[in-house]
Design a protein around this ligand. Structure first.
Ligand code: BG6
Length: 477
């Protein structure tokens, strides 16, 4: 279904995010027939160039970042909808030209794909030059601050010029198909909700393992680390969707109110419940410290922790989170590990069997529900755990294998005016309020992160975090 007519301006239109994610996502939605023929995309950046030059650049980006589905005629068609204006974010250059390009009476979206230090200047100029209006929306990306103080400042800067319902803060994890499926599974079935609490759930594991390192992004990453780069945002969102109460409806504030309550219910994490890691390798140039400027950097490329959501539903059920770079595989999942059956009629010798619901975000998007059954054969009552495997591509046909990129969904939601999958300002601030003391604690002690070998599952201490409680991490495979 096509979305309404729109003009989308991408500030930072020549940058990496625009080339790698935003423009390819727009092209795919164009191909899918979701963009009306009149809709326009305007690249805006500092470089002097004309629209023809920009289209060439966009064509090159599409060729580089789309691995299939790129018939030339469609690309030509798409490029006709694209213009470029050179604007000076902190001066006056280009703004009148931009304002002339924008049509009256259609939805306007401004994507701030630039450093957060420019948000204020852009917002101000949009107003000065008559580009902003009540129908316009702005889209901002992480990093949304680096602590509570800076996040508050950013929120204030944006709210000085726009109302909260015009501000779309992207966390691309919320655009992932399987993340939305988590809500469908929880709230579209009667099967899970009665069991989704501390009475039946032993613990939850959320893993976002990456096989890539920081190569090429060392300068940014070394100032952030896994806690700021991944936990404060992506893992926090996954945790919220897993732990939240059922919202009254699937609408922006209903969902975001419930997520916020989860963040506010998080207990402070004692140092003994967190492990930080940094990858090392015997090969030259492959260790974390070889890839960042500061040879003594104490930034973590891995973090594992035990969290407690202090509310009626979850008291006593730990949530274990881990994320890291240069791990043995790319593997993202949320696993709900249920408790043992209260009594085993088959005796103790048959070992431990537990139901597990594993929601796989990547690769092979899908779900596994492990159930215990009798091992076939004459060998008596032997129990075995088997997965009821629902790989979306197998269950729903080949189209389901073509999972749309998170940005496709999210950008179309901006145009539709649906904020459900975007973070509200108070949510971001609450997440920083929880993150800050942890990071400050590390800075105070000055301890070095533990080391872990590249292509491993992380530091030994992370395994201990669960072992000491008679649990273990699920395989990263
Ligand atoms: C980004 C982080 O937000 O998410 C990166 O800055 C990380 O460090 C990336 O690699 C992971 O996203 P995805 O979609 O590949 O899991």
């Amino acid at each position: 279904i096509p979305v309404e007519d729109f003009d989308l301006v991408i500030f930072g239109g020549t940058g990496d995010l625009a080339r790698r994610k935003i423009l390819p996502a727009l092209f795919r939605r164009f191909q899918a027939g979701q963009m009306t023929p009149e809709s326009r995309i305007v690249g805006a950046a500092r470089s002097e160039m004309d629209s023809a030059g920009y289209r060439k650049d966009v064509r090159a980006a599409l060729e580089e970042f789309l691995d299939k589905d790129r018939p030339k005629a469609e690309i030509d068609d798409f490029l006709e909808r694209i213009d470029y204006v050179a604007v000076d974010a902190t001066g006056d250059g280009g703004w009148d030209e931009l304002s002339k390009l924008l049509r009256k009476g259609v939805t306007r979206a401004f994507y701030f794909s630039v450093a957060p230090s420019l948000f204020g200047a852009l917002a101000e100029r949009l107003h000065q030059h008559g580009c902003a209006g009540p129908k316009c929306r702005i889209v901002v990306e992480k990093p949304f601050g680096r602590d509570l103080h800076s996040a508050r400042e950013l929120n204030k800067t944006l709210r000085d010029h726009f109302s909260e319902n015009q501000i779309y803060r992207i966390d691309h994890y919320l655009g992932k198909e399987t993340v939305q499926n988590l809500m469908a599974v929880r709230f579209g079935n009667v099967l899970f909700e009665p069991l989704w609490n501390a009475h039946y759930v032993d613990h939850v594991q959320i893993t976002v393992a990456e096989s890539v390192g920081v190569d090429g992004r060392g300068a940014y990453y070394d100032k952030s680390g896994a806690m700021r780069d991944m936990v404060q945002n992506h893992l926090m969102q996954l945790l919220c969707l897993t732990a939240m109460e059922p919202p009254a409806r699937f609408s922006p504030d209903a969902v975001r109110d419930e997520k916020l309550k989860v963040i506010r219910a998080l207990e402070a994490v004692p140092p003994a419940d967190i492990v930080r890691g940094q990858y090392v390798s015997k090969s030259k140039g492959e260790s974390y410290l070889d890839q960042v400027e500061d040879p003594g950097s104490r930034t973590e490329s891995f973090v594992a922790m035990k969290l407690q959501v202090s509310n009626w539903r979850w008291a006593g059920t730990p949530f274990y989170l881990r994320t890291g770079k240069r791990l043995k595989a790319r593997h993202t999942e949320i696993a709900v590990i249920f408790k043992d059956a209260p009594h085993s009629i088959f005796g103790q010798s048959l070992g431990r069997h537990r139901n597990v619901l594993a929601i796989r975000l990547q690769p092979n998007e899908g779900m596994d529900l492990f159930v215990t059954i009798k091992e076939p054969g004459p060998g008596g009552m032997r129990l075995v755990d088997v997965p009821l495997d629902m790989t979306f591509a197998d269950a729903l046909g080949p189209d389901a294998a073509d999972v749309p990129d998170a940005y496709e969904r999210l950008i179309m939601d901006v145009i539709r005016g649906d904020q459900t999958l975007f973070m509200r300002g108070d949510e971001v601030e609450a997440a920083w309020a929880w993150t800050d003391p942890i990071i400050e604690g590390w800075e105070d002690t000055g301890d070095r992160p533990k080391t872990y070998e590249v292509d491993s599952t992380g530091p030994e201490e992370a395994a201990m975090l669960l072992h000491r409680e008679g649990r273990r991490w699920r395989e990263i495979a």
